[in-house]
Design a protein around this ligand. Sequence first.
Ligand code: FDA
Length: 498
Amino acid sequence: ASTRHVPAVVVGSGYGAAVAALRLGEAGVRTLVLEMGQRWDRPGPDGKVFCGMLDPDQRSTWFKDRTEAPINGVMFLDLANRPIRRHAGVLDRVNFPNMGVYVGRGVGGGSLVNGGMAVVPDRDYFARRFPTVDADEMYRRFFPLANRMLRVNRIPDDFFEASEHYRFARLSRTLAGRAGFDTTFVPNVYSFEHMAAEERGEAPKSALATEVIYGNNHGKFTLDQGYLAEAERTGHVTIAPLHQVTRVQRTATGYALTVREITPDGAPVAEKHVTCDHLFLGAGSLGSTELLLRARENGDLPDLSAEVGEGWGPNGNVMIARANHLWHPTGARQSAIPVLAINDPERQVFAEIAPVPAGIETYLSLYLAITRGEERGRFVYDRAADKAVLQWREGQSAEAVAAARGTFDRINEANGTGYRYDVFRGAKAFADDFCYHPLGGAVLGKATDDHGRVKGYPNLYVTDGALVPGSLGVNPFVTITALAERNLATILAEDIHP
Ligand code: FDA
């Protein structure tokens, strides 16, 4: 097989990868982006690029026989999951013992499937998690840059207060207020101008048509429209979808990659070989860690640090299901984009008020709590399966659940309400067995230097959520983007165009 050489390769196309691609392209470095998922730009037979959340088809899920939505059902009805055809769908759930990790698959990574909540972390907590990063520079320069590039906007007050689609959030705010908790608005990359036009019937509906985890057909500013489109416009960046990197080896002057190309239905197309001078791993916490761990354990990159695989956390994610009184309907119509969060400073819980876009009144309130804590898991290499396996013990979620329970017990006490056991798998009110925010595995300053340069291997970089040490206290993508911007600025200046 022929081997192609490019100056730079970026693996993956999520936040960290997209930043690397754009900044390399702007610097005139010819760059190849290898993304295992599809490019989501062609409508299916129904005229839509993405399928809906309530009627999912093969576009929803990455090679499974049945969808694996986080919500099992409502009133024990299986509203959410369907048998489907195996296909390169946009959302994956990677199942490890005690922890299912949701990730986006496609050109744009997690930006395709996520809720768009764009939150800058609390500065003190950020500084504690990243003691070697200049927080002043991050908050002055790189967080504002990330917010600008991602087109973060806020819901106008009058729209929030008047819209029937946010009745669920206003109700949760009232109930939290009775327990003495404040709420804060959460910025988003979903255009609230577009959403208001949806409500007026002047724009095609997406958030107001229950679209989110399987992709938004309108309204959300995803990386393929932002960073990655700009990267391609430099003329130096090429994106290859349906190309999965399976192996990284050292060459005399750089790195050699083994790449598996597949069709959207999973048939092998080719095994390709690519060499490069500079290699940026942006395959996410799971993807980048697996490539490094495999390389260390199979002897391809034997000098990788023992820190590779360490320091993983689910960002303290816990989902909670609460029951409302029958005189407190949440609304049959709900926007799929969350905009409000409950703060519990005493327990350090930041609980986002999540929609239940079921299309019927459910009297259910859902929350995604982001808790803080020091519990960490680690990845180990399973040689027989050639995979990285996350080790996360059941008890490691107890700290996060206890914090969230403290907050929501108080809300229930103040309102005479209780929990719902019909929503999550295993008839639990607190879902602690899955997460949306995998973080760590190649932590900044441990497996890498302070700018994501992998220890022991020159010109090899980690640029994504694998750098973040397990916990941020808020949703992670603004931080992943800002950190990648910071690291790339130094890497370009010192390593690429010194
Ligand atoms: P990211 O995971 O985005 O991208 C990695 C890419 O690499 C993927 O496209 C993957 O297919 C590809 N890849 C992996 N291995 C590869 C290989 N070997 N070869 C080639 N390609 C490979 N965050 C937030 O801040 N606000 C929010 O509202 C939400 N909501 C949310 C909802 C849901 C349902 C999910 C799943 C996640 C969120 N998140 C979120 C989390 C957020 O999306 C996540 O933190 C970022 O996408 C992580 O960015 P990274 O750059 O680390 O990788």
